[in-house]
Design a protein around this ligand. Structure first.
Ligand SMILES: [Zn+2]
Length: 346
């Protein structure tokens, strides 16, 4: 038998690797890496000396350094590094119950007077982002708790305060496609899961590494393509633009107010979408256990049928400033939140 030549073997291996990557279960969730890193880097500039000392000490007690943050040389790099830990562990044994801690589903389709956070309606199981921030705050602020528990709470807080500033982490719209006649009986409307079920054509592309482009992924990652600076440069330039009075103003309010600010932005900016093209049909396969998704434009026999929104550079250019402003707000508020805890401790 003829032996396969090395370049062909390599090509086959590469193709297998790419195929494997596309099979990795992945759902866009929360600001992508860049968003979380920028929020953490802005926050770091505003941490008190007492906060920095406490964080340095706590990080030494970290027993689940999945992102290998201890290898980072400076405290600011370590602090940026831990900001994505909560996403990295959300499917690990012992952490699956934290998946719902990353968001809150405040409905946008109710009458205007009811469009606000209602704990009984939106966080009945006390596992939404607002409840999770409070429970982790209580652990971090309690000096009698073991350091390992407190550093875990710190890592959750650095992440969740970031997530809170991604507008789509605060809302739920209807899944408009549930009403498509061709979807009758295929699935029920359980909401659009913060835009995850609004499929989009993003600047000419219908899918990326994580599967179908959807509105949530556009806000996690897509809009960042319009920002050329790296994490550090972006954090510095955003921070440099903030005036003392803006910083003081941003630090006011509480977690509920910040969440409702995201809700308002979702209604006024994020969900301001063009009409869908009736010819731009996509099928989505959803396997509930793995959340594996696949986008196709034909052969929709056993899948859900969704129509795509076409989002172009106009949508991008209008919303990149919203992303930047939310990153600045998130950074200032994360610092304020942690300073309030650490500065009050003995
Ligand atoms: Zn998250």
């Amino acid at each position: 038998m003829k032996k396969t030549s090395r370049p062909i073997q390599f090509l086959r291996l590469s193709i297998c690797f790419v195929l494997l990557l596309t099979l990795v279960p992945f759902e866009a969730s929360a600001w992508g890496r860049k968003g979380h890193h920028v929020v953490a880097r802005i926050a770091f500039n505003h941490l008190s000396a007492k906060s920095k000392a406490a964080i340095t000490k706590l990080l030494q007690a970290d027993q689940n350094d999945k992102e290998q943050c201890a290898q980072q040389s400076s405290l600011v790099d370590k602090f940026a590094c831990i900001s994505t830990w909560a996403d990295a562990v959300r499917r690990d044994p012992g952490f699956t119950q934290t998946a719902s801690n990353h968001f809150v589903n405040i409905p946008v389709f109710v009458p205007a007077a009811q469009r606000h956070y209602d704990a009984n309606r939106d966080c009945a199981s006390k596992d939404c982002i607002i409840a999770a921030i409070e429970s982790n705050r209580a652990i971090l602020a309690d000096g009698s708790k073991p350091a390992a528990a407190r550093v875990q709470a710190l890592k959750f807080l650095v992440h969740f305060l970031g997530d809170l500033h991604q507008p789509l982490h605060n809302v739920m719209d209807k899944d408009l496609d549930a009403a498509n006649p061709e979807n009758q009986g295929r699935f029920q409307d359980k909401g659009d899961r913060g835009g995850n079920l609004k499929l989009v054509n993003w600047l000419g592309e219908t899918s990326s590494l994580f599967g179908c482009w959807n509105l949530h992924a556009v806000w996690d990652d897509g809009l960042f393509d319009g920002i050329k600076e790296n994490d550090t440069a972006l954090a510095q330039s955003l921070d440099a633009k903030l005036t003392t009075s803006q910083i003081a103003k941003l630090s006011k309010g509480d977690v509920v107010a910040w969440s409702e600010e995201g809700l308002k932005l979702a209604i006024s900016k994020v969900y301001k979408l063009p009409k869908r093209n009736p010819n731009d049909k996509a099928c989505e396969v959803r396997k509930p256990d793995s959340q594996f998704r696949e986008c196709r434009s034909q052969d929709c026999q056993d899948s859900e049928i969704h129509y795509r929104y076409t989002l172009d550079t106009k949508y991008r250019d209008k919303n990149v400033p919203v992303v930047k402003s939310q990153l600045s707000s998130g950074g200032i508020r994360l610092a304020h939140f942690l300073n309030t805890i650490f500065d009050a401790m003995p």
